[in-house]
Write a protein that binds this ligand. Structure first.
Ligand SMILES: Nc1ncnc2c1ncn2[C@@H]1O[C@H](COP(=O)(O)OP(=O)(O)O)[C@@H](O)[C@H]1O
Ligand SMILES: C[C@@](O)(CCOP(=O)(O)O)CC(=O)O
Length: 340
């Protein structure tokens, strides 16, 4: 008989989808509505406990291979500081890492630190256990399709499970994953709206507003899109900070643009509610709203010449297109009406 190895807990895998924002990116950060849906490209996380006290992180999508002894990670209590408050405490562990790697490792360290603290308080006798985390994503990183939220959801689910904190009914467990995925997003993005982690945790096609949560928008799920990647690298944190600075300088100019984006999401919600799916699939208002949203995002300063070119080429072929996600690069979506 083959020798068997007894591990304290079995290995497991989790996965989470990416997302696409049809309407409302950036405005959603300011409490406006957004329309978004999950896409069938996923991030996978493989979790394997070990018998030592070493954590091995293998995140090849952002060039990370790291060994950290558990005891090197300081544990923080539950106080409500913004995740970035803790960054200095982890600086030795992320020295010499590139920007993408640094954000990913900091998100891991923050979740580990807080969840280990909580677990130790609930189960004081529980031994510290090492593990290996390996992730692989089919999403392009930094292209507006929610790779960070997809990664954050996987990380939150895996660490909550490792620390025996995923308890209660399924809906409550999902809410907990969403809450901690949001905190990881705060580490990576600074001030996320929460729409991305909501979609990568719960899936589906939804209308989202910060503080209110989501409404299902099943009719949106039937629309067809082509995603075009400009391959221009972008950074959501910088794009969101750029809009914040613009708004602070010219509030009376920028706030009406954000309100107009909100009006687009609201109009689309009403259209979905009153239009049979077969008509929605080639309704001219969908194209108009897509075109308008792209223009408003350009005015907010978050488009890019490559994204504008995709919109122009699509228009020459009678199709509507807009940037999606943080902008400044990344992906555009082109709507393909039924019969085209
Ligand atoms: N597969 C992954 N493994 C590790 N970190 C990831 C992964 N995907 C995304 N990230 C983290 O998310 C960041 C990208 O976030 P962002 O700029 O918002 O782009 P996106 O639009 O793809 O979410 C990366 O810099 C990295 O820190
Ligand atoms: C610009 C924003 O609305 C969406 C960002 O999406 P992504 O990170 O580019 O996939 C930011 C947010 O909602 O937190």
């Amino acid at each position: 008989m083959a020798p068997s190895v007894t591990l304290s807990a079995p290995a497991f895998a989790v996965s989470a989808p990416g997302k696409v924002i049809l309407f409302g990116e950036h405005a959603v950060v300011y409490g406006k509505r957004a329309v978004a849906a999950s896409v069938d490209l996923r991030t996978y996380l493989f979790f394997e406990p070990n018998t030592g006290d070493q954590i091995h992180l293998s995140l090849p999508d952002v060039n990370v291979t790291l060994m950290i002894p558990c005891c090197d990670i300081p544990l923080f209590d539950e106080c409500a500081n913004h995740p970035n408050f803790y960054e200095t405490h982890f600086s030795a562990l992320v020295a010499d890492q590139g920007l993408q790697a640094r954000a990913a490792i900091l998100a891991f360290l923050y979740l580990y630190s807080k969840l280990a603290f909580r677990s130790r308080r609930l189960n004081p006798g529980m031994p510290t256990r090492g593990f290996t985390i390996r992730t692989r994503s089919f999403l392009p990183v930094g292209a507006g399709l929610g790779s960070s939220a997809s990664f954050s959801t996987c990380l939150a689910a895996a660490l909550l499970k490792h620390f025996d904190l995923l308890t209660g009914p399924a809906a409550a467990r999902q809410d907990l994953v969403n809450e901690w995925a949001f905190r990881a997003e705060q580490v990576i993005h600074g001030h996320p709206s929460g729409v991305d982690n909501c979609i990568t945790t719960y899936g589906g096609a939804k209308l989202y507003r910060k503080g209110e949560g989501t409404h299902d928008l099943a009719g949106f799920g039937g629309l067809r899109f082509v995603l075009v990647d400009t391959c221009v690298p972008k950074n959501t944190k910088q794009m969101v900070a750029g809009v914040a600075a613009f708004r602070e300088r010219y509030p009376s100019v920028v706030n009406p643009l954000l309100d107009a984006v909100d009006g687009i999401a609201e109009t689309f919600q009403a259209l979905v509610a009153t239009t049979p799916a077969a008509q929605l699939a080639n309704h001219p208002d969908v194209a108009r709203l897509i075109g308008l949203n792209h223009v408003l995002l350009s005015l907010l300063g978050v488009s890019h010449t490559a994204l504008d070119t995709i919109r122009d080429v699509a228009r020459r072929h009678g199709l509507a297109a807009k940037m999606t996600g943080g902008g400044g690069g990344g992906c555009a979506l082109v709507w393909i009406p039924q019969g085209k």
